[in-house]
Structure formats: C-alpha cells, structure tokens
Design a protein around this ligand. Sequence first.
Ligand code: 2BA
Length: 109
Amino acid sequence: MKLLLTIVQDADAPKLQKVLIENGFDSTKLASTGGFLREGNTTLIIGVEDERLMDVRALIEQTCRERTKLMKPGVAITDLQDVYTAEPMEVTVGGAVVFVMDTEAFWRL
Ligand code: 2BA
C-alpha cells in the first residue's frame, strides 16, 4: 500500500475529492500553507493499494490544473531570509505536488 501526500490548490480540492470518492478512493483533507507563497493550499492524504497507484495519479492529473499567480512587490519571500520581491513576480503553481510513500501497514480499528 502507498500513502500519497497530495498538495493541490484550494480551487481544485473539492472536485478532486469528489472524483476520488466516485472512483472508490478514500482521502483526508488537511488545510495547509505553502512555504513560498504563504497562501493556503490543500493537502489530501490518500491511502491506495499498489495496483491502483497509477489510477489515482491519472485522476489527480486530470483534475488539478496549473495556474499562474502574481506575487505582489514588497512581499517577504521567506521568513528566514530578509528577502523581499522588488517587482511583481509571476509564479506557476500546481497542478499537484505528490509525495508517494510506502506504507508498512494499514489498520482500521
Ligand atoms: P508554495 O511553497 O507556496 O509554492 C508555490 C509555487 O511557487 C510552487 O509551485 C513553485 O512553482 C513556486 N516556488 C516555490 N519555491 C520557489 C522558489 N524558491 N523560487 C521561485 N519559485 C518558487 P509548486 O511547485 O506547484 O508547489 C505547490 C505547493 O506544493 C507549494 O506551495 C508547497 O506547499 C508544496 N510543495 C512543493 N514542493 C514541495 C516540497 N519539496 N516539499 C514540501 N512541499 C512542497
């Protein structure tokens, strides 16, 4: 079994959860914040059997789309460094960032 940490844009999350349910995949939704833009995004935890991994990948690919966001000037780029954007900066976000992890066990108790 694999565990997918799937980071998507908020705008894509409801549709993705709907499509996952329709195709028999369970997921858990967490509110998250990107480190770079420091805007809200959504992380879906998805547990999937190995043989269905590529099916869930296809659903994520079909549902989540890439968007361009404009970072306003004067916004701190990170908390750690005193670095600010001088000019509006275009940033491409998504469709999805997915971490795929082996799962030792799955217990529903
Ligand atoms: P954010 O960290 O807010 O990043 C939003 C987008 O900004 C990223 O889109 C990327 O295109 C851009 N970006 C990030 N760091 C940058 C930098 N140092 N310089 C220029 N542009 C930069 P995605 O790559 O699609 O990532 C979307 C979200 O996925 C990220 O939001 C973050 O929440 C998560 N993510 C991406 N890579 C990650 C990683 N290695 N570990 C953990 N989370 C990650």
